[in-house]
Design a protein around this ligand. Structure first.
Ligand SMILES: NC(=O)c1ccc[n+]([C@@H]2O[C@H](COP(=O)([O-])OP(=O)(O)OC[C@H]3O[C@@H](n4cnc5c(N)ncnc54)[C@H](O)[C@@H]3O)[C@@H](O)[C@H]2O)c1
Ligand SMILES: O=C(O)C(=O)C[C@]1(C(=O)O)C=C[C@H](O)C=C1
Length: 276
């Protein structure tokens, strides 16, 4: 099969590498809207050919959307004349709003996917060989897809070493909120808090593992994450309420010098790593 990838940054570029490595695609085509990235994509040999969108639509059996979640929705009108055998797969980090906006005409072709893997880096140079190996991909609302498209998605994700989990898009967005979107928001907040208080020289001299671990994902793309926060606004605000409650609980225990209870509160948090 021929695979066409729209957006060749971290996710799209890494997928291009994976499908080449496992010999899944006869040819890998790419489309990017960024002149700046074209040179990198070609130098890194991520795709066999960079083409325009109309060509990519004609030559691809499977089209992958590896672009920010609002850009995925803006792309929909371009696919209304797609062949009924062409599969479209999006890799966006949100799912419910995307699924709700898929035009009826292409609903059965469109597989809503979210690979639960990534890094804080973006752009073609961030693409890595084994990003998907041994990781989970969530496929949502498959009851609205036809067999041929579901089978193609399974074939590709399994061939690149992924574990498939099937779920409804609304449940997906709640889980993704607590396990990915809220942590990113907290990391951005932490980075801004520390930079608002500490000068760069002290940060360079003193930042150790703890701060580096907690702030790694604060380096993530603002374009990608503002789209995600926008599309998952309701869940994110709910999760922020809960998080604020936990911060307030900790604050009260410290104010009251209730160190036994503070330790119990932390012991409970320790148990997370018995399941992770
Ligand atoms: N970064 C992660 O850890 C991660 C993990 C899972 C899913 N995702 C999702 O994958 C998608 C891509 O994220 P990424 O990390 O690869 O971002 P990225 O910024 O590394 O790459 C996106 C690329 O798409 C290109 N692009 C943007 N709009 C375009 C358009 N309209 N047409 C063609 N090209 C366009 C950009 O030039 C950019 O190079 C997002 O929807 C994101 O939510 C990201
Ligand atoms: O490991 C990272 O750096 C990531 O941010 C990857 C990560 C996450 O774990 O939150 C980011 C966005 C997702 O859609 C899926 C995975």
């Amino acid at each position: 099969m021929n695979i066409g990838i729209i957006g060749l940054g971290l996710m799209g570029g890494s997928l291009a590498k994976a499908v080449k490595r496992y010999g899944i695609a006869k040819k890998v085509y790419g489309f990017t809207n960024s002149e700046k990235n074209k040179k990198d994509i070609l130098e890194l040999n991520l795709v066999d050919e960079l083409v325009d969108l109309e060509t990519l639509k004609k030559v691809s059996d499977v089209i992958i959307l590896a672009i920010p979640v609002d850009a995925i929705i803006s792309m929909f009108p371009n696919f209304l004349d797609i062949d009924e055998n062409t599969t479209i797969i999006d890799m966006g980090s949100t799912k419910e709003y995307i699924v709700k906006n898929i035009p009826e005409k292409i609903r059965k072709n469109f597989i809503a996917a979210h690979p639960m893997t990534g890094t804080e880096k973006s752009g073609p140079k961030a693409a890595i060989d084994d990003l998907y190996e041994g990781k989970t991909v969530v496929l949502c609302d498959l009851e609205d897809n036809t067999e041929v498209h579901i089978n193609r998605a399974y074939e590709i994700f399994q061939a690149i070493g992924m574990r498939i989990v099937v779920m409804n898009s609304s449940r997906h967005d709640i889980h993704a909120c607590y396990m990915s979107h809220l942590p990113h928001l907290i990391s951005f907040s932490l980075a801004n808090t520390v930079m608002g208080h500490e000068d760069p020289k002290s940060i360079i001299a003193l930042a150790a593992g703890g701060f580096k671990d907690m702030s790694r994902i604060a380096k993530s793309s603002p374009i990608m994450w503002s789209d995600i926060f926008k599309q998952n606004k309701k869940n994110l605000l709910d999760s922020m309420d809960l998080f604020e409650k936990h911060l307030k609980d900790a604050r009260k225990l410290i104010e009251d010098e209730n160190y036994d209870e503070l330790q119990n509160w932390m012991k409970k948090a320790n148990t997370l790593h018995e399941i992770l």
